[in-house]
Design a protein around this ligand. Structure first.
Ligand code: NIG
Ligand code: FE
Length: 405
């Protein structure tokens, strides 16, 4: 059989498939290799076995004794926006609080003003650059939310820009509608909530796969959240929720009962809601870059989720206000040092569990025959070295659909 590419001579090939030969907890093949055909993984095995099976393949990527693992899946980002909020960071360094800045028409509102004023072309060019940074840092699939338009025109512009980014860039993009990010300054709350739960759902169903809502003081209440999630589900969206970031309003439980794919943030969650997430199999998306950047000591407690058998994913939450980081490696580091994740769970959280959080676990997130050949080669020998060499980009090569990008 002919193949397009071989990736050989890894220190370990972290397949994350426990059934693979020589499997440790993460599922790994010592000195593993991968054969790729048509952008998909055809076979995995030891380097000697793969070389023997495909002796004629001329296109060989030599990992030269480095660690090979699935590309990172960044399952929660707000990547499309204009402007920056570094001034707010300075205000926070002088004691201002994130929710207080939001209340005073800054925060999300200031990015809404900048994004409404930006052209599509500008947003695409900013988005392409950001995706380049993510690819350099080992990410191969990115979820992107709208939510800085908060009106029909700009929400549509953001969703279309996200879609165009997915077409133009080699990274894959998954799109989420987040009109329910907060109530815009220029609208009355009841009017806006009515639009969100009615006309906007019909208008954007074809532009986005997921519906998301920020359930938080200063954004949307639990009652509004429940009502809007029900309407979005009925309209055919899969569901996500920003829940428990600053206050426990009870959204993880409601979201789980409605079959949400994930609840994200989760610094604050009751035991009752943990049980509901566990029963429903809802993915917990933890984003430790947010409390880090907001200098909070409230990190999500990963062990509470792991103990209940809830799949834990990691994401950057890349956005201009609470976490402008492109790096899933940094999230692994913070997840391990501040959330109590084991290295194993942090790696699973950045790959296969993150794929689950966007309903892509059959296509990406592990190294398995039939899945996309989305792989990264890191300049280390074993996964423990990701947090160990913290703060450095360890990516040697990012391989997307079997090609180096
Ligand atoms: O996920 N929590 C709400 N939304 C974003 C931040 C958005 C912003 O500050 O611009 C988040 O942290
Ligand atoms: Fe977010």
């Amino acid at each position: 059989m002919e193949v397009d590419t071989l990736i050989i001579n890894s220190s370990q090939l972290l397949t994350l498939e426990r059934s693979s030969m020589g499997s440790g907890l993460l599922g790994s093949i010592v000195n593993g290799a991968v054969a790729v055909k048509n952008g998909l993984i055809l076979e995995t095995g030891t380097t000697s076995a793969i070389m023997k099976n495909y002796p004629d393949c001329l296109n060989v990527i030599d990992a030269d004794g480095s660690l090979v693992l699935p590309g990172f899946v960044d399952c929660h980002t707000h990547l499309v926006f204009a402007g920056d909020r570094s001034k707010e960071m300075e205000q926070r360094l002088e004691g201002a609080e994130y929710l207080e800045i939001l209340k005073n028409r800054g925060g999300i509102h200031s990015t809404v003003r900048a994004t409404r004023n930006a052209s599509r072309k500008e947003l695409i060019s900013l988005g392409m650059e950001r995706l380049n940074r993510m690819a350099e840092n080992g990410t191969t699939t990115v979820e992107i939310k709208s939510g800085y338009g908060l009106n029909e025109e700009t929400e549509l512009k953001m969703l279309q820009v996200a879609s165009e980014l997915g077409i133009k860039h080699s990274l894959d993009v998954v799109i989420t509608y987040l009109g329910a990010h907060t109530v815009p300054e220029d609208k009355n709350r009841d009017e806006y909530v009515k639009w969100l739960g009615g006309k906007s759902l019909r208008a954007f169903r074809k532009n986005a796969e997921f519906f998301d809502i920020f359930c938080e003081e200063g954004a949307f209440s639990l009652t509004e959240t429940k009502m809007l999630l029900e309407a979005a589900k009925l309209a055919g969206f899969k569901l996500k929720v920003h829940g428990g970031q600053f206050n426990d309003l009870g959204s993880p439980g409601i979201a789980s009962l409605l079959g949400a794919v994930s609840v994200d943030h989760l610094e604050n969650i009751s035991n009752q809601d943990l049980d509901l997430m566990s029963e429903a199999g809802t993915v917990a998306v933890l984003m430790p870059g947010v409390p880090f950047f907001l200098q909070s000591d409230q990190y999500p407690e990963a062990k509470r989720f792991v103990k209940k058998g809830i799949p834990v994913a990691l994401a950057t939450d890349f956005n201009p206000g609470s976490c402008p980081s492109y790096s899933m490696q940094m999230m692994i580091t913070l997840g391990v040092f501040y959330c109590g994740l084991s290295v194993t769970d942090a790696v699973l959280g950045s790959t296969i569990n993150a794929a689950k959080a966007i309903n892509r676990e059959t296509e990406i997130g592990s190294i398995k025959a039939g899945k996309k050949a989305d792989l990264i080669i890191l300049n280390i020998k074993k996964p423990e070295e990701i947090p160990y060499y913290f703060g450095t980009n360890l990516v040697k090569k990012t391989i997307k659909n079997g090609k180096i990008i």
